[in-house]
Design a protein around this ligand. Sequence first.
Ligand code: UDP
Length: 406
Amino acid sequence: MPLLKEYEPFTGPQTIEELYLLAEKTRPRVIQNINSTAVGGGVAEILSRMLPLMQELGVNAKWDVIKGGEKFFKVTKKFHNALHGKSEEITQEDFTVFDEASEMNRKSMELSGDIIFIHDPQPIALVLQKNSLKAKWLWRCHIDVSNPDPKVWNFLRPFIDLYDAAVFSAQAFSPELPIRQFLITPSIDPLSDKNKELSLVTIESVLKKFNLDLEKPIVTQVSRFDYLKDPLGVIEAFEMVQRHTDCQLVLVGGTATDDPESTEVLAKTLDRASGNPDIHVLAIPSGSDIEINALQRASSVVVQKSIKEGFGLTVAEALWKGRPVVASAVGGITLQVVHKYSGLLCHSIEGTAHSIKQLLQNPEYAKKLGENGREHVRQNFLLTRHLKEYLLLFLSLFHKGEIIYL
Ligand code: UDP
């Protein structure tokens, strides 16, 4: 894990000094993060980078994962989709499965933090333990809940209302709640294996490993195999592009232990791609960070054709690498891609195809978008900014209404 001072070239010295000052004030508190998976997806990605930095600052931060069987994660995936506004059939039995697993976790987990920092809906009901503990409770929602299915939202609301505060990624997601709310955007770690600079030799060896053509332009989407990431829509757009330009598509992704839908989506994607030798569907194990890094860096265009997106770390990852991005104008993506400045936003399969074609045919324009994107990420979406906002948030829980002097 890199040391904090290694981030200075990106942030300047002041940010690092501020982190040490804020950490000193936070230090006596224990921060207990809880989510539903240790690997796969954006939440685990962020926690795995954030925790070591907090620890280096001397902040006592830990990370626990709730337990749940296949039934529970099927239900929570339905909740996830429904909160994003996707139509899902949710039964009374689903709510019972959720309640039973939550109760089991309440009984078996040791809740020992001064701040219990719950990520996303899966562990949300742990908050029923609140009265028996002195801790402050935070709910961090990574989902775009601007248009949630009321059935699921109304089921979760009584839990949310018990928290001391909630954190959302964008103003547009923020619902009316009786508790305090904070807006904090996610971030990427510029020094992780996923994002650090790579040599040309490493990049080429990854391309060879996956049997990619080193001479042909690459169009890539990195995502868990999930309907909301629309891999089939990406293939359709790519095939429109292919009629005009010789290029290859890489759909690279894995699964997450809390996402039981991914096997089905992967099978459908493989089926749809079969017969087209220029489409490479790569199902790779978690932790393949160098591979993802290399594929992003080797891409002429990076696509993120999500139907809904809380933030989309994959977009920030591509922008940080100076890649031109074509992405759907949804959720947190619009915080990152400013249309025609740091990428191209689109609203349809045809629009996606048109934008990919435009960038493949105009490398100078594509390069400029990529450069702007990297600077936008440097200023707004690096881990150090995120860490500072979290430390301020922790302090504000104990100093409500006070000015905190650094
Ligand atoms: N990711 C990965 N392996 C994969 C697919 C995705 O490591 O096979 C990473 C990806 O690089 C990003 C994170 O998982 O860091 C996904 O976060 P994002 O916010 O884009 O989407 P989420 O999966 O949380 O919906």
